[in-house]
Design a binder for this molecule. Structure first.
Ligand SMILES: [Zn+2]
Ligand SMILES: [Zn+2]
Length: 259
């Protein structure tokens, strides 16, 4: 396994937020006094990393109160079953709930990308590492998930530690959202805005390529909504944190445009 895909790297990215995953996929643990919250759930192959990380600080999967999913793609939902079995509530926008209920392979059907990924692979053969990583870490082997809670549009989660707010940013999938934790000053953008795009080899704020995006025009429009959000540290589904806030991130992503 190459260094960039080692699943044993955990970084504290904000006072109460740890980033898990690897060099290609991020998910986050919010350590709030009222309980733990996972934002996104990585790949099935990240279970050992999460268990070991929690055990090192005397915690366990049972202390995760909720899993907030930014969307239904399999690189963001891999540990949902393990967290649910340990007692966590799973939350997803209702427009992506069918992907969860029908299993990872249904993502191509429920949120069909608007372009084939093959031209990207031909143009940049190294981009095959993304899909290969997904497969190697069990991204297509997950089971359907039943009993997830759904919400529509923007939603305030007053019962969840940190009292996060979902912000609907459709485009990457119909049910793509960001989660804002106002008191922590962090905004989890999922794949509505990333800071690393492996299909085109770009680092910095951008949309996800159209080879993995359902509706690029809608994703571009959603950047207008993102730009209006209050200043916060942006924590994306792929790539490093972005400290200059939503407005600057949206401007840079608009400049990159659809790709
Ligand atoms: Zn995605
Ligand atoms: Zn993703």
């Amino acid at each position: 396994m190459s260094r960039r895909t080692q699943p044993d790297r955990v970084h504290q990215v904000a006072p109460a937020v740890e980033r898990l995953g690897d060099g290609m996929v991020n998910f986050y643990l919010v350590d709030h006094p009222d309980g733990l919250v996972l934002v996104d759930a990585g790949l099935p192959g990240h279970l050992g990393q999460l268990r070991e990380h929690l055990a090192r600080s005397g915690r366990s999967l049972h202390e995760i109160k909720a899993v907030l999913l930014t969307h239904g793609h399999p690189d963001h939902t891999g540990l949902v079953t393990a967290a649910q079995q340990a007692g966590a509530d799973i939350w997803i926008h209702e427009a992506d709930a069918a992907i969860l209920a029908d299993g990872p392979r249904s993502a191509m059907r429920h949120a069909k990308p608007e372009r084939s990924m093959f031209p990207y692979l031909l143009r940049r053969p190294a981009s095959i590492s993304g899909p290969l990583h997904l497969a190697r870490m069990g991204g297509f082997s997950g089971r359907p998930v039943h009993g997830a809670h759904t919400f529509q549009g923007d939603h305030h989660f007053d019962e969840i530690p940190g009292r996060p707010q979902a912000v609907a940013l459709p485009g990457h999938t119909d049910g793509t959202v960001a989660y804002h934790f106002p008191a922590l000053g962090v905004l989890f953008t999922g794949d509505a805005l990333v800071t690393r795009e492996d299909m085109i080899g770009h680092t910095g704020p951008s949309l996800v390529s159209r080879g993995f995006t359902h509706d690029g025009a809608a994703a571009l429009s959603s950047l207008d909504r993102l730009a209006e959000l209050p200043p916060a540290l942006l924590l994306p589904g792929h790539g490093p944190a972005f400290a200059d806030g939503p407005q600057a991130a949206a401007t840079q992503a608009r400049h990159m445009g659809l790709h």
